[in-house]
Design a protein around this ligand. Structure first.
Ligand code: ATP
Ligand code: MG
Length: 162
């Protein structure tokens, strides 16, 4: 099953304490909306979804980035009806993150969000998310390998911000 078409994406992974706080929040919020909470180690923010792109081109794109690190605030939690996810993120996408997503090849509108619950029902009132400040100092190129128990993330490369 590993010769399936690649599903490449660039993402940032939170520090372990940040991920733990978000995972705890997701388990609590699930009482409001059901669905599948993202396990702690899978929590990430997707910068650019490249799908079936040439891995060498993707690696070159990552290596060409010369952008500064930044800080990402978690300030709100929302439900999106169109894909039935609950996410947490900043009130506004930081300009630096927008620039990073664009340079990494994301062509669609980019709204910084961290998916915390999938297949959720529309919630009543979500609990307030933990106020976090997530230092973004590196990003990764990942391949999502679809297996019988759902996708498995395979880290292909890590890149530092400046
Ligand atoms: P599942 O699909 O089982 O919920 P997943 O979303 O984590 O798992 P993938 O579907 O392989 O796994 O997606 C990997 C990452 O890319 C996720 O962050 C996902 O939100 C994002 N992604 C997937 N498809 C798209 C797309 N068409 N546009 C933008 N981002 C996408
Ligand atoms: Mg998906």
């Amino acid at each position: 099953m590993t010769d399936a078409a690649p599903r490449l994406f660039f993402a940032v992974w939170p520090p372990v304490g940040t991920a733990a706080a978000l995972a705890d929040w997701a388990r609590e919020a699930r009482r409001e909306c059901g669905g599948r909470a993202t396990p702690r180690e899978r929590i990430h923010l997707t910068l650019a979804f490249l799908g079936d792109a040439d891995p060498e081109m993707a690696r070159a794109r990552g290596a060409a980035i010369r952008l500064p690190g930044l800080s990402l605030r978690i300030e709100q939690a929302r439900y999106w009806a169109h894909n039935r996810i609950v996410w947490a993120g900043p009130l506004e996408t930081p300009a630096g993150l927008q620039a990073l997503a664009r340079e990494l090849g994301e062509t669609r509108a980019f709204a910084a969000h961290v998916t915390l619950i999938r297949k959720a029902r529309p919630p009543g009132t979500l609990p307030p998310p933990p106020a976090l400040e997530w230092p973004v100092t590196q990003f990764t190129l990942v391949n999502s390998v679809l297996g019988p128990e759902g996708p498995d993330y395979e880290v292909l490369e890590r890149y530092a911000l400046e």
